[in-house]
Write a protein that binds this ligand. Structure first.
Ligand code: GLN
Ligand code: ZN
Length: 762
């Protein structure tokens, strides 16, 4: 009897209730009890939705107030001592302090945050040292388990496994290997499993997504040792090991040999893992969870194909040993299609969000168990939609294809080398040494959001909207002049989101109304859906930039999102290679870059914050990605004259292994995140002798804390020391849109003062 299971459900609530409740709590409008109550209601909703979809085994522990890795660290008592000073480590004050820092005198910086594998979700990075001790704090998880069981939910606790929890963390002293803590950590997991069992759990999922990366012998040994300990700790408890986002690769044999009852395979990313497992031999006692429904994208599945894979497994293992699942947690897709009434009906028919995906999982489980007749309607609908999409004129635009086919190597190459461009730009753009700038966005005020909402609802027309945006641009330009910044920005007041804004204007993209996905903490994004060939019907930003530049003598930097980031942060087509889609977007951005240049904009920034996260998790696929991704960026930018300065921006990036590719982008200036990671990554750039200019972020905009002048001056001196002062720009580490003006303005004033102080020291 095949079972349907889910690996994780979106936790933000159907109308982002969690965001609202949490932000109310932070602002003091809601007390802790109110926040806990809102959370319990959201969890009940998550479980109800999964029950309604007919899922046999439902995750518990996939809810989080901020991030599941932080939750896992708290669960095993690994919250750093400085946050524990704020009280009970499972309490909200200590928890949110670690997640977001504490503002004001005697404040605390938050823990670092970084990308969750190759997704656009960010997790909080635990810290480990020789001194780290672990202890079990299971109260929250146990309470949720009780809550689920009381509601009659077939609950299956989901834990981040010990090896991944250690590997995803960061040593506080160089050279310390967090994995050396495994011996101390395992008893806590063992104790936890025993507790879960006592509370009535029969089945527990242990995620070790570290399998998606290239493992070394140390990790392999650690994984084996952990599962041996966990197995012994909980006899009779059904254990599932899950990894996702990539093939098990060389380590499939290891995964198959671990003492668990169920092994999950991501058959969307790694369809061949099934044949691999079957041919290597699946131990008698092991069942397979087959992740055939794409948890990372929004397309309706080809159920016929998925069923084929499942049947392949069933033929060898028998139905009893097959579980049907999404490929990974559904955290990465929107909740359901219910709200999507505005997109073309035709397109809507091709989509499936979390709720619809679980129905696909159930239909497949039924078809597998009782034969295809049991899911006849679902299969027929799937066939119909798959055929319609493949043939639809919404998808195919011959002009775009022809333009792409006609490209030559010169189209992706600047006219002169960096040195010559630098001279040409220096002559035209008047800037001091250590020039100051920002990353683009200024705070998005409630007034701005209201303005956008009014236009959306039709309460105001285009003219009133444009006037409102222009007023904001004028205010931000004046403010920057007054603060004394050197290269100004227009502030991005017209943008709800750096990808959505372009998605709304490019052909081949559709926006959703309610398609929210968590990015980090309470921050959610609404990724556009790329369904067809892409082009730019008309200019997208030129009027705002021309207006901003008309207001000031100082240069204003144009601001666009790069092709790789637009690709990464959208739901992309699964019917052509990512490379092709990236290049189509690149050409659309190129058209905009050239229009900005023609309008007299001297510097243009093309943001690529998602460049790093697009790097495949496994070495074998990296070179190919880096080749086409850099080419797409250059295709977008290389059309300009020498004297036009191309900037790029990247955040939360570990550059060590990709500095050559970053250099290959051939941007004249790049700004990077460096404040949170303590300027460490500058070393990588200096080792490589990065040829162009760099603005290492001198302060962390993700925290409300206002850094002091001396703190930033010091960061700047360190950067100038490593990179050479003629190559360094001064900027925050990301855009300011999530901050308030009251936080951003003093921080920028301090930043400008820091730059002046360091300049004067010669
Ligand atoms: N220009 C964008 C901004 O300032 C960049 C944001 C980002 O890198 N995520 O908001
Ligand atoms: Zn950024």
């Amino acid at each position: 009897m095949a079972t349907s299971l889910n690996l994780g459900y979106p936790r933000i609530g159907p109308r982002r209730e969690l965001k609202r409740a949490t932000e109310d709590f932070w602002a003091g409008r809601l007390d802790a009890e109110g926040l806990e109550a809102a959370a319990a209601e959201i969890r009940a909703g998550m479980w109800r939705a999964q029950a309604a979809a007919g899922i046999d085994s439902v995750p518990v522990g996939d809810f989080s107030f901020y991030d599941q890795v932080l939750d896992a660290a708290v669960l095993v008592g690994a919250l750093p001592a400085r946050y524990r000073a704020l009280g009970d480590p499972t309490g909200l004050p200590a928890y949110f302090a670690a997640a977001r820092g504490v503002a004001g005198e005697g404040g605390l910086a938050p823990l670092e945050m970084t990308k969750w594998f190759d997704t656009n979700y960010h997790y909080i990075v635990p810290e480990y040292s020789e001194e780290t001790e672990f202890s079990l704090h299971p109260e929250r998880l146990l309470a949720q388990l009780r809550e689920a069981l009381a509601l009659g939910v077939p609950a299956r606790p989901v834990l981040l496994g010990p090896v991944s929890l250690l590997r995803l963390g960061k040593p506080t002293a160089p050279g310390f290997d967090p994995l050396s803590l495994l011996g101390r950590l395992l008893p806590v997991y063992a104790e936890l499993l025993a507790k879960l069992r006592e509370e009535g759990a029969a089945f527990v999922q242990i995620d070790e997504p570290i399998f998606a990366t290239d493992l070394g012998d140390v990790e392999r040994a650690a994984l084996r040792r952990s599962f041996e300990v966990l197995r012994a700790a909980a006899p009779g408890l059904r254990l599932m090991l899950a990894s996702y986002f990539a093939s098990y690769g060389k380590d499939l044999g290891l995964a198959l040999s671990l003492p668990v009852d169920v092994l999950h395979l991501d058959l969307v990313r790694a369809p061949r893992d099934l044949a691999g497992a079957l041919s290597q031999g699946v131990p008698e006692a092991l069942s397979l969870s087959l992740g055939v429904i794409d948890g990372r994208n929004v397309w309706r599945a080809n159920l016929r194909e998925a069923l084929g894979l499942l049947e392949e497994g069933q033929r060898v293992l028998g139905g009893e040993r097959i579980l049907v699942a999404p490929s990974c947690s559904l955290l990465h897709v929107p909740i359901d299609l219910g709200a999507e009434t505005a997109m073309p009906q035709e397109l809507r028919g091709w989509l499936a969000f979390a709720g619809e995906k679980l129905r696909e999982v159930s239909a497949l489980a039924a078809a597998l168990t009782k034969g295809p007749e049991a899911a006849q309607d679902a299969l027929a609908e799937s066939d119909r939609q798959v055929a319609a999409r493949a043939a639809s004129p919404l998808v195919h635009d011959p002009a775009v294809r022809a333009r792409l086919a006609a490209l030559g190597p010169d189209d992706a190459r600047r006219k002169s080398p960096g040195e010559l461009r630098r001279a040409a730009q220096g002559a035209r753009i008047p800037l001091p040494e250590l020039p100051t700038t920002t990353i683009g966005s200024f705070p998005q005020t409630p007034e701005l959001r209201a303005l956008r909402a009014k236009r959306r609802s039709g309460e105001i027309g285009d003219a009133a909207y444009e006037e409102g945006i222009r007023a904001e641009i004028a205010r931000v330009v004046r403010l920057q002049e007054e603060i004394g910044l050197d290269l100004l920005v227009h502030g991005e007041a017209e943008r709800n989101d750096m990808v959505e804004y372009f998605g709304e204007q490019l052909a081949g993209f559709a926006a959703t109304q309610g398609g929210w996905v968590q990015s980090y903490g309470t921050r959610c994004v609404k990724p556009p859906i790329i369904y067809g060939d892409v082009h730019r019907p008309q200019p997208m930003t030129v009027r705002w930039l021309s207006y901003a530049q008309s207001l000031t003598e100082r240069p204003v930097k144009g601001m666009l999102t790069g092709p790789v980031t637009i690709l990464q942060w959208s739901f992309v087509r699964d019917d052509q290679p990512r490379e092709t889609t990236a290049k189509q977007i690149a050409l659309a951005i190129r058209d905009e870059v050239l229009d900005l240049e023609a309008a007299g904009i001297l510097a243009i920034q093309i943001d690529e914050p998602a460049f790093r996260e697009g790097v495949p998790l496994q070495q074998t696929e990296r070179d190919d990605y880096l080749r086409w991704a850099t080419e797409a960026f250059r295709l977008a930018t290389a059309g300009v004259r020498d004297e036009t300065q191309i900037h790029s921006h990247m955040c939360y990036s570990e550059f060590n292994d990709i500095v050559p590719a970053i250099a290959d982008l051939d941007a004249d200036v790049i700004s990077i995140e460096a404040a949170r990671s303590g300027m460490e990554l500058l070393e990588a750039f200096s080792r490589f002798a990065y040829p162009n200019e760099i603005g290492p972020g001198v302060y962390d905009i993700h925290s409300p804390r206002v850094p002091g002048v001396e703190e930033m001056a010091e960061a700047l001196r360190a950067a100038a020391e490593v990179l050479g002062r003629t190559k360094v720009w001064v900027n925050p580490d990301c855009g300011l849109k999530t901050r308030r003006f009251e936080e951003a303005v003093p921080a920028l004033r301090n930043m400008v003062a820091a730059a002046r102080a360091v300049r004067e020291q010669g």
